[in-house]
Design a protein around this ligand. Structure first.
Ligand SMILES: [Zn+2]
Length: 249
């Protein structure tokens, strides 16, 4: 392999390292974000529960007021019952008392159901709050752990980036620019090794897109230090260093 192609192979190697390290950094950030998201979800659940409790309490106050109004009315009607002058008047008042009593019994059931509802929502809130404090503890540990790891990884990345610069200097400028452009397009996988199918007797194919590569390209790569791009995917083609591992039998 000539100087140009081998400089590109070196650049690809360091590019891979840099990308792996950057991925590692992102993984740490993702871990922290996931834990934060878990806590936010729990907080949202608590807020929804608190809203429910608030509405239930308003409903409770309203029902209590209704109950009180009816109880007062019943008390008045009891006085009226004692001073009823006719049977008809007596029976009308009595019916009124019984109706209000029946309504109040229903209200009391509703009030009881609301209290149960509020109690269970409050219990749920308490449980979630405990959960949140546990998850906050976990977040602290995750953050510390990630921070510690990232410190090391950042130092590593810095060294790799320095090394990439050195390697990049050795690549002819126009191919360096080409490499960067392709790296962006193919998520860092710029070079594609060509391999010969059928145990070294068949066509050559591109290791990036798996499409056929003309025989002249393979011959040119074997004899010249030419930068040739795959006619199908546009990656820079190189010879396979370990043909036995990649060619299919
Ligand atoms: Zn290709």
């Amino acid at each position: 392999m000539g100087l140009i192609l081998s400089s590109l192979v070196d650049l690809q190697a360091i590019e891979n390292q840099v990308r792996r390290t950057e991925k590692e950094l992102r993984k740490g950030q993702r871990q922290v974000k996931q834990q934060q998201y878990r806590i936010e979800q729990l907080q949202a659940t608590i807020r929804a529960n608190q809203e429910e409790i608030k509405l239930a309490r308003m409903q409770y106050d309203k029902l209590e007021l209704d109950l009180k109004v009816r109880e007062e009315r019943i008390a008045h009607m009891r006085v009226a019952l004692n001073s009823a002058k006719t049977n008809k008047e007596y029976s009308t008042v009595l019916t009124g008392i019984n109706t209000d009593k029946a309504d109040n019994a229903k209200l009391e059931d509703q009030i009881l159901a609301l209290i149960t509802h509020i109690d269970s929502d409050q219990a749920a809130c308490k449980e979630i709050e405990e959960n949140i404090s546990q998850e906050n503890e976990k977040l602290k540990i995750v953050c510390e752990d990630v921070e510690k790891r990232q410190k090391v990884t950042n130092v590593e990345l810095e060294k790799q980036l320095e090394h990439r610069c050195e390697v990049y200097q050795k690549v002819p400028a126009k191919f360096g620019v080409m490499f960067d452009r392709l790296a962006e397009r193919y998520d860092g996988e710029v070079l594609a090794a060509i391999s010969q199918l059928n145990g070294g007797r068949g066509d050559y194919s591109c290791g990036g897109c798996y499409m056929k590569v003309p025989l002249e390209v393979a011959n040119s790569l074997m004899t010249h230090d030419n930068v040739i791009i795959c006619p199908t995917c546009g990656r820079i083609l190189v010879l396979d260093k370990n043909p036995s591992q990649t060619s299919s039998a």
